[in-house]
Write a protein that binds this ligand. Structure first.
Ligand code: ASP
Length: 317
């Protein structure tokens, strides 16, 4: 091994089909994933910590309209954007989560502030936005979050009264809109043996009633513990919430002695799938093993391992 650190990221799981992807689009996704990976990896290479690395990697994706997080967030039924994010530090089990926030440029940065500057774990809505202001975090206008293709996606969803996972292709959808964009997440192991995980999302298109998914919920969408692993999930949030998928991976390692890969497969292929849930996760353990497991058609994903080897994937292999 050349180093003691490594990082993995995802940009959402769903019905991502090669047949629906042009080479140009594929290249764009690959480049975007690569940029986010290198952003996080550079932090680790410069002896930075895992929390900084996952935050920076997620910010790179939040700022990229390709992904359903930050700038590229989808529309709710009301025509606004509600974003969720969380971050967890595996060295002390501290965590911060922001749910249902609007206009905050980088929800993962807000989650980090909640973890480090508040006495709380989860802040939601206007209160979370007020806290973000008190911490001088950057806000953006509604215009910044408006993207034409997401608007079309929303208009289409309104007509059919459906709630869509952002990056899934909807068979009877004639909007001509590309839906293969997703929630983002990162997991990392740093030079000092510390693990961290972060997840950020714009949720699901056309949701109502203040629905919140798994992404800002510790144990469901995000988990990190230096004794086991760091995990970030993506997919149908309702199932991840019920299956507590991120914590499940850690618990399977801790209590049942499974390897990272075994625990991830058990959590996704057996437990999540048994409930009818689809999606995936990325995970890294304290030895630097990396797993990327999904039961959907595809998952935007990538890693740089302890040998400095980079891999990027989109479809099932
Ligand atoms: N898990 C997210 C949610 O349910 C969606 C996603 O992963 O794309 O809000």
């Amino acid at each position: 091994m050349n180093s003691k650190f490594c990082i993995a990221i995802h940009g959402g799981a769903g019905t991502i089909l090669k047949s629906k992807m042009t080479p140009e689009k594929e290249e764009l996704y690959r480049k975007s994933l690569e940029t986010a990976l290198i952003t996080g990896y550079d932090v680790l290479k410069n002896n930075g910590n895992a929390v900084d690395a996952v935050e920076q990697a997620v910010i790179a994706m939040e700022d990229n309209p390709l992904f359903n997080a930050g700038k590229g967030s989808v529309f709710t039924n009301n025509g606004d954007h509600k974003m969720d994010a969380s971050i967890m530090n595996g060295s002390n089990l501290k965590a911060g989560c922001a749910a249902s926030v609007s206009n905050v440029k980088n929800p993962v940065a807000l989650a980090r502030k909640i973890m480090e500057k508040s006495n709380h774990v989860l802040l939601a809505g206007k209160g979370a936005e007020d806290f973000a202001k008190s911490e001088a975090l950057k806000f953006e206008s509604d215009k910044y979050f408006f993207t034409e293709f997401r608007y079309k996606q929303y208009q289409n969803a309104l007509k059919s009264e459906n709630v869509y996972l952002d990056h899934s292709v909807i068979e009877d959808d004639n909007s001509g809109v590309d839906k293969k964009f997703g929630t983002v997440g990162a997991v990392a192991l740093d030079n000092s043996g510390n693990l961290a995980a972060a997840t950020s999302t714009g949720g699901m298109t056309n949701v109502k009633f203040g629905r919140i998914g798994d992404s800002p919920v510790i144990g469901a969408g995000t988990y990190a513990d230096n004794n086991t692993c760091a995990v970030s999930c993506t997919g149908d949030g309702e199932y991840f919430l019920r299956a507590l998928t991120a914590f499940d991976v850690s618990a399977l390692m801790q209590y049942k002695g499974l390897s990272l890969e075994e625990a991830c497969k058990e959590a996704v292929f057996n437990k999540l799938a048994a409930l009818g849930g689809s999606g995936g996760l990325i995970a890294v353990d304290s030895a630097g093993n990396i797993s990327m497991v999904f039961n959907s058609e595809g998952m935007y994903r990538g890693y740089i391992d302890m040998n400095g080897k980079m891999e990027i994937g989109i479809f099932k292999v």
